[in-house]
Design a protein around this ligand. Structure first.
Ligand SMILES: [Cu+2]
Length: 120
């Protein structure tokens, strides 16, 4: 390997690191919040991200303690705000619910996570 190729490699590694640091989408605000308790009238679960999402591959799943889905349909990314994704809920009964999200940022990078909230 000559010096020029070695420099190229170092350059692309530095770029990849910069993308990792700046281009992934992470939640900044959740409704209901992680660990929050809400009433059965809660109609949706929504997450605001710090970067725009690719709607086709991003998702939110909400399941009850038995693992059964309580969403009405697929999650949608707001057409006027690509950082906002939400899903409608089917009148959740009292209990603990898990929100599992997958976010594909506009650069194609994937992040995912989950948290719970309670209905009382
Ligand atoms: Cu990224």
């Amino acid at each position: 390997m000559n010096t020029f190729r070695a420099r190229l490699l170092v350059g692309s590694l530095a770029m990849a690191t910069a993308q990792l640091a700046f281009a992934h989408a992470y939640p900044i605000f959740e409704t209901p919040g992680a660990g929050a308790t809400v009433s059965p009238s809660q109609q949706e679960a929504a997450i605001n991200f710090d970067d725009g999402l690719e709607p086709a591959f991003s998702s939110i799943k909400v399941t009850d303690a038995q693992g059964k889905s309580v969403t009405k349909s697929k999650a949608v990314v707001d057409s006027t705000n690509a950082k906002h994704m939400s899903v409608q809920l089917n009148a959740p009964a009292p209990g603990v619910y898990t929100v599992a999200w997958v976010a594909i940022a506009t650069d194609g990078h994937r992040t995912q996570g989950h948290y719970t909230f309670s209905v009382k």
